[in-house]
Design a binder for this molecule. Structure first.
Ligand code: AMP
Length: 475
């Protein structure tokens, strides 16, 4: 059985020591739904036994019936939302994973991706391990089970010392909840408090919803053990390295109301827009955003440039992210389902359109066409990040390198493909300077191709001419 491709976007949430643990976890997952829309699950503990409910589907659908919570008793719970590529989109891969082993029961929820998963899996199978899922997360469980150390904390450390890549993990046993953030700190993870209960969440927006107080971020390489007695212990059991948090969380992935890596995402995105205005001075009548992710940057652009911001594209909020549709044909259609132009705003105008990123180019191409069809005189597409030329191996769902348009096309070629009058990307210096979190050395692998944790398989080479069939100017 092959492991799923390293493409997962996830959110995790856990609460320890609260009578409404499963209900609050449901709310936490609701707030983290943007991090994964394919499946979700909750495991709770009543102090003696673990209970699970997990399914394919959105949080509101999977947990839409109050009866479910009667089957999730106890004062501790962890939960997970997940999105993965089509191949691994199956019930058995829904998290948290829960197992019984020689020491009792344990559940784990994982956000991120391991880069040495195939190697470890082959090794474990050679020693007789039988895998139930195709997720790399299961490897952690197997490593735990075969660890030679005694205490659970030591076993987790022993297991994690063997894995490489990105992980924010939540473990739940009958009596404890344990959170771990990898030494690179790729993905965000924060600690909160609700009364006397400890809360752990991928993003602070989940704490806000349940009115928990934000305590601090879990540090890169930190393990937080929430004990039976209700205390927490902080450990740093791994070799210290320079952290490399993911800059794309700021660009696109995290929710704007969250605070990650010490900064509010909305303010960071707005600054990206301001910087974009400094880098591209365009004669324009109006600035619009590709909603929702382009909105803060468009507002920043408008503030800095003096060009007025308008809502030129209206989004239907009841449609999922176009990006997650599996077939290209659906994605093409999807942009129209999701967005509609406001003609009054666009007619006879020179329009600056701001989006956060271009992946395959499909969305931008449709949007330029849409804005032009609504009567715009000129369409200037500005992107609040550098070209996304390399796949992510650490937990952001980006396609293969060959599907990333900027891996094989120049900016001018992409401009012609999307049929814009101007196409401008934010510079790498502009991106890093605008985010400006101290001297943080962000992971910029998707832009720069430098991978902070080496992966065993070389990235696929770009295939030139991928878009040739469609590559006609102004069609
Ligand atoms: P594309 O049509 O493939 O160029 O996709 C571009 C759109 O996808 C942009 O509007 C981005 O906001 C969005 N996007 C970028 N990265 C991701 C991602 N990892 N998951 C989902 N959507 C994304």
């Amino acid at each position: 059985m092959k492991l799923s491709r390293p493409h997962e976007e996830c959110g995790i949430f856990g609460i320890h020591g609260h009578p409404e643990a499963a209900n609050l976890t449901y709310l936490g997952l609701y707030a983290l739904q943007h991090r994964g829309q394919e499946s979700c699950g909750i495991v709770s503990s009543d102090g003696n036994t673990l209970y699970a409910h997990k399914r394919m589907g959105l949080v509101a659908d999977v947990f839409g019936n109050q009866e479910i919570f009667k089957k999730l008793p106890g004062r501790s719970a962890i939960g997970h939302v997940r999105y993965s590529t089509a191949g691994a989109s199956v019930e058995k891969n829904v998290q948290p994973i829960m197992v019984d082993y020689s020491r009792g029961s344990i559940a784990v929820a994982h956000n991120g991706n391991l880069v040495n998963a195939q190697l470890l899996k082959a090794e474990l199978e050679a020693y007789g391990s039988i895998f139930q899922t195709t997720m790399d997360t299961e490897i952690i469980i197997h490593l735990l089970a075969v660890a030679r150390t005694n205490s659970l904390v030591d076993r987790i450390v022993e297991a994690l010392n063997r894995i490489k890549g990105a992980y924010c993990l939540l473990f739940l046993t009958e009596t404890r909840m344990i959170a771990v953030r990898d030494p690179n700190g790729f993905r965000p993870l924060c600690l909160g408090k609700l009364g006397n209960s400890w809360v752990i969440a991928s993003e602070s927006c989940a704490l806000d919803l349940i009115e928990a107080q934000f305590v601090r971020e879990i540090e890169p390489g930190e393990m937080v053990v929430c004990t039976k007695e209700g205390d927490i212990k902080s450990l740093f059991p791994f070799k210290k390295i320079e952290p490399t948090p993911c800059i794309f969380e700021f660009v696109y992935f995290a929710r704007p109301d969250s605070y990650i890596f010490g900064k509010n995402v909305y303010m960071a995105r707005k600054e990206l827009g301001r910087q974009l205005a400094r880098e591209y001075k365009v004669d324009a009548d109006v600035v619009i955003a590709v909603p929702d992710s382009g909105v803060p940057a468009a507002m920043g652009y408008a503030e800095e440039s003096g060009v007025p911001f308008e809502l030129g594209l209206i989004r239907n909020h009841y449609v999922g992210r176009t990006f997650i549709e599996p077939a290209q044909s659906i994605r093409h259609f999807g942009v129209k389902i999701k967005l509609n132009p406001v003609r009054e705003i666009l007619k006879d105008k020179r329009v600056v359109v701001i989006d956060d990123s271009i992946v395959r180019g499909t969305t931008s191409r449709k949007i330029v066409k849409m804005v032009r069809n609504a009567g715009a005189k000129a369409v200037h597409m500005l992107i609040s990040s550098p070209p996304t030329s390399y796949p992510c191996y650490y937990g952001i769902d980006t396609p293969n390198r060959k599907e990333l348009i900027s891996s094989s096309h120049t900016v001018e070629e992409i401009r012609r493909y999307i049929t814009a009058d101007t196409l401008g990307y934010l510079s790498e210096e502009g991106l890093v300077g605008s985010i400006g979190v101290g001297n943080t050395n962000f992971c910029k692998a998707c832009f720069a191709g430098e991978y902070p944790v080496a992966f065993p398989k070389p990235a696929q080479q770009p295939q030139m001419g991928l878009f040739e069939e469609e590559y006609k100017e102004n069609d």
